[in-house]
Design a protein around this ligand. Sequence first.
Ligand code: 13P
Length: 303
Amino acid sequence: MDKETIIERIQELKKSKNAVILAHLYQNDEIQELADFTGDSLELSRKAAATDADVIVFCGVRFMAETAKILSPNKKVLLVAMNAGCPLADMITPKDVLEMKNKYPQAAVVTYVNSSAEVKAISDYCCTSSNAIGLVRNIPEKEVIFIPDMNLGSYVKKNVPEKTIHLNEGYCPIHHQINEQDVLEIRGKHPNAPVYVHPECKPEVSAQADFVGSTAAILKKVLQSVAKEVIIGTDKGIFYRLKKENPDKNFILLSPGLYCNDMKMTRLEDVHEVLKSMKNEINLNANIIKSAGMALNRMLKYS
Ligand code: 13P
């Protein structure tokens, strides 16, 4: 089947099954072009919670589809690329969380959505990169265990100095590989271009940047910027929307390594196959859905 025919079939199946296609901003261009809605983790969570479709076809990684299922437990959630995971999410287990809770019994557990459903289920609150600072600042607890991303956690710590924040040692291998030197070198080559990075970057990288924000926040910042050239410190997939929304601007990737293979596993053919056969359904234990749902719904309340 050629590309046009696949897209046509997907549209027909979507209608007949009352399905919605959600895609993260790191997905391949053709997937973002196809999706009914693209967004950052927070926007996708909100969309999943509010949709009246019967089926959510998720183009992203596993924790995102699990989040959609937890927020919409009565819907069928299908993950197109069943093997698409998140190395950061795998860096913390429920056992690690329980150990931290034992060590800091007064602290609220704030868990980044890049985590398993089981970890969310023993957390007090979830957060994404766009609401982490606001959430930690506004919750009543003065002491917080922030997991699993130590870089985002350090960024929150810096911005919410009034709270005691305990971190663990997780990181996103894609963002974590960028060094301060990379920023200095690229700035030397493009002295007029501002540097916008994701808060999963190391603290010394964020400290060098002109702006630090989630993927949706970076899109917004670029739209507001008068700069003709912008250096981007997050996954290359974001270039699709950046270029679409700013055809007159030039974008430079901070490092060639900013490419998440898991996020690029979703293929057009598989979207068609999954919709046709209704395979790759996300199923979670009812107790996990209930407990993780509390942490996620608290996040939505605070953002
Ligand atoms: P966003 O919150 O910007 O969508 O980030 C998601 C993510 O997984 C970053 O690596």
